[in-house]
Design a protein around this ligand. Structure first.
Ligand code: PLP
Length: 442
């Protein structure tokens, strides 16, 4: 390699430097990391970026998070400064997430919870109010219950399927309507169009600064099964740890939103610091998103067969899976859960309860079933998380949702005998074989 090409402009005589120094700088001296010849983007693993001149550095700082104000300051090539502000792997992943969700922009975070916090962080302030559906993922519940009130943010819990109550709960301080659909873990659905309509009606006589925004956590469905932007939602949250990566090797989160929120989200991420590591962005970009459609198409077929098996078993009292004819919100499921072709896409998650005369008996049976599976099943593992290529089973009342007190759990729809099942890529007949064995020991 000639000296000029390797040092790009800097005329240095490397042999004048000690081996120790040269082992630090090596040959990798180039002002721009050019990976255009790679078929797979390399893992960009640099916390900081070389700025060839102070002028370029200053320009990078001026351009950071200045998209909405003045698009004219944007250079053709992004100026990377420091990983917390932005780097190539996350940029590529965010571009693809925007595409997947049919949104306007995406900003990634270290975890799904960091993404939930970011939506609250950019939209809520002291004195404002968030209205949340009565049941949410356990840590989101805990964030809303234990932390937001410390910042003098009022949290009001409402049943989002009671549209009158939701409409009535809205106050002049309300800034955000927040929910999940399907709800983790009960698989209850919320009508996205209805929530959007309620916000819109209220907004028609509110000033711009007092508009009510809507946010939905789309983790259970993933954009393959549901794209809430098509129904008018303002913000979508995803835990990338779950179905979007699918292989269970890394954690991540994302907020997908309107373009006006892009700079705010970037600034929030820069200052609160919950950035997604490039090493975790990479597998989501390279393995997760490209395989989402095939994984989910296959896992849904299996989920359908497993749900039908459970439904027909006399030892099971209730199976909540949107793909079942008997699902109590079947029409809503069909109208808002669809894949990119518009075909019904009920997802890979289900919730079921063993039959029993009393809640205690159902709880005991659920424990026995899950423990037998934990100790004996080949195709199912007792573990939290979901959307994985491996089938995972767990007991929400004592695990993922244990931050909600038992009496509150019951009121909000979690049963002590309820079991959450996330279907993976194993053959349906093998999962059913293991379930049959476990049911016989229940
Ligand atoms: C897991 C989960 C989260 C949190 O995601 P993490 O990546 O674990 O932080 C948020 N919402 C839902 C619905 C989840 O299932």
């Amino acid at each position: 390699m000639n000296k000029k090409a390797s040092a790009k402009g800097k005329r240095v005589n490397k042999s004048a430097y000690a081996p120790e120094t040269r082992l630090i700088w090596g040959k990798s001296f180039t002002p721009k990391w050019d990976y255009s010849h790679h078929v797979v983007p390399p893992i960009s693993s640099s916390s900081t970026f070389r700025l060839s001149t102070t002028k370029r550095g200053a320009k990078g700082f001026i351009e950071f998070a200045h998209h909405a104000d003045d698009f004219t300051v944007q250079s053709k090539a992004p100026i990377y400064i420091y990983d917390r502000l932005g780097e190539p792997n996350k940029d590529m992943l965010e571009e693809n997430l925007t595409t997947a969700e049919h949104g306007e922009c995406a900003v990634t975070f270290a975890t799904g919870m960091a993404a939930v916090s970011a939506v609250c962080g950019i939209l809520l302030g002291s004195g404002s109010e968030i209205i949340a559906h009565k049941m949410l993922y356990g840590c989101t519940y805990s964030l809303f219950k234990n932390w937001l009130p410390r910042y003098h943010i009022k949290v009001t819990w409402v049943d989002f399927n009671d549209h009158k109550a939701l409409n009535k709960a809205i106050s002049p301080q309300t800034r955000l309507l927040y929910f999940e659909t399907p709800v983790n873990p009960t698989m209850e659905l919320i009508d996205i169009r209805k929530v959007v309509e309620i916000a819109k009606r209220q907004n028609s006589h509110r000033s711009k600064a007092h508009q009510i925004l809507t946010a939905v956590d789309n983790t259970f469905a993933t954009p393959f099964c549901q794209r809430p932007f098509e129904q008018g939602i303002d913000f979508v949250i995803e835990s990338l740890t779950k179905g979007l990566l699918g292989f269970g090797t890394d954690m991540g989160g994302a907020v997908i939103g309107p373009s006006w929120s892009y700079d705010r989200l970037l600034l929030y991420r820069k200052d609160f610091g919950g950035v997604l590591g490039a090493k975790s962005a990479w597998p989501i970009l390279v393995y997760g998103l490209p395989s989402l459609a095939v994984r989910f198409t296959q896992q849904m077929k299996t989920a359908q067969l497993v749900a039908e098996f459970l439904e027909h078993d006399k030892r099971i009292g209730l199976v909540n899976y949107p793909g079942l004819e008997s699902f109590n919100q079947r029409a809503l499921a069909q109208s808002q859960m669809q894949n990119y072709d518009g075909d019904f896409a009920p997802g890979t998650m289900m919730y079921f309860i063993p039959k029993g005369k009393t809640p205690q008996e159902r709880h005991r049976k659920a424990n026995r079933l899950v423990n037998y599976i934990a100790g004996n099943s080949y195709t199912m593992t007792l573990a939290v998380s979901l959307g994985n290529i491996r089938t995972l089973i767990e007991h929400p009342a004592s695990m993922t949702h244990s931050s909600i007190p038992p009496e509150e759990q019951l009121k909000r729809g979690i049963h002590p005998g309820g079991i959450r099942l996330s279907i993976g890529l194993e053959k349906a007949k093998d999962i059913i074989h293991d379930l049959k064995k476990a049911l016989s020991k229940m």
